[in-house]
Structures are given as structure tokens and as C-alpha cells.
Write a protein that binds this ligand. Structure first.
Ligand code: THU
Length: 160
């Protein structure tokens, strides 16, 4: 028997101002997308912006539904849109921002488990890592260099 450890690395930025200019721009686009979210039930809005290898930017935001499980998270709206429109391009980075009408969200909001699984599918498909930047409405931003840092022991099609 062996006891092993899984390590994840992330980079913590004090605020959006500390990001490189191009990523700051991507995060600002995610923030604008967030403002257009349809979140009448949770009052929790999320925006995502993806940049591809051809520098095309694709956005998404959460779309809720009176039948709650029929709603969809921002990250998956964005990544499925990228997959639908640009199936032959590689995703370089995703920027995510979340806010709530109930409280100020000043902590970074990480993608949910289902979104992590969806992003994992695209990393596996394109055979290269996707950088993920996430924040709340203000405050710190976290960056991971790959989805694998958020989802160790992932499930992918190599098991099928
Ligand atoms: N939500 C996202 O858009 N992304 C996540 O990763 C977490 C949750 C949305 C889903 C729902 O509309 C609202 O936030 C509250 O869960």
C-alpha cells in the first residue's frame, strides 16, 4: 500500500488589474456577458468568455429555467457555443466572473463539477491545456493552467 498525494497549482492575483492586458480584456468581456445572464431564480449571474487560437472570442452566461435542472451554466453555454461554431479551433483560455443580487461576491467562483467535466472533454479533444481564470464580481482572480488542476482523476474517453 502507498499513500500518494495529488498536487494542484494555482496563481492568485490581487485583482483584475494584475492580469496581462489581453486576459484583462477577456475578463472584461466575461463581466459584460455576466450582466446579460438570465438568472431570475438564483439571482446569481455568471459570465464566461473564451478565446480561441484564431483570437476569436466566444461568450456565454447562465440561462435559468422555471424547471430548474433545464437551466445551463455560463461556462457550458460558452464552451458548447465555441464547439458548435469553431469545431476546428483550439481553446486557449476561459475567463469567468460571477455576481449575486443577494450579496457582494468578492471571492473567486470556480466552475461547478459539471462544467469542469465539460471543459475536460475539450482539453482531451484538442490535446492541449485550457487556461482558466475565475473571479467573483471584484477582488481576487485565480488562474489555473489546465482544467486538470481543478479536476484531478478526471474521466475521459480513453476509458471507453
Ligand atoms: N452557475 C454557473 O453558471 N456556473 C457555475 O459554474 C456555477 C453555477 C449558475 C447556475 C445557476 O444559474 C446559478 O449559477 C446558481 O447556481
Amino acid at each position: 500500500m502507498k499513500k500518494l498525494q495529488v498536487n494542484s497549482t494555482y496563481i492568485l492575483f490581487d485583482s483584475i488589474d494584475e492580469l496581462d492586458k489581453d486576459i484583462q480584456h477577456l475578463m472584461n468581456i466575461a463581466i459584460e456577458a455576466r450582466k446579460k445572464a438570465y438568472a431570475p431564480y438564483s439571482k446569481f449571474s455568471v459570465g464566461a468568455a473564451i478565446i480561441l487560437d484564431n483570437n476569436q472570442i466566444v461568450t456565454g452566461n447562465n440561462q435559468e429555467n422555471a424547471a430548474f435542472p433545464s437551466g445551463m451554466c455560463a461556462e457550458r453555454v460558452a464552451i458548447y457555443s465555441a464547439g458548435a461554431e469553431f469545431p476546428n479551433n483550439t481553446i486557449k483560455s476561459i475567463a469567468i466572473s460571477a455576481s449575486s443580487l443577494k450579496q457582494k461576491v468578492s471571492q473567486p467562483v470556480a466552475p461547478c463539477g459539471a462544467c469542469r467535466q465539460s471543459i475536460a472533454e475539450y482539453e482531451f479533444r484538442q490535446k492541449s491545456p485550457i487556461e482558466i481564470y475565475f473571479m467573483g464580481e471584484l477582488g481576487n482572480v485565480i488562474k489555473v493552467n489546465s482544467l486538470k488542476d481543478l479536476l484531478p482523476f478526471g474521466f475521459d474517453s480513453s476509458f471507453l
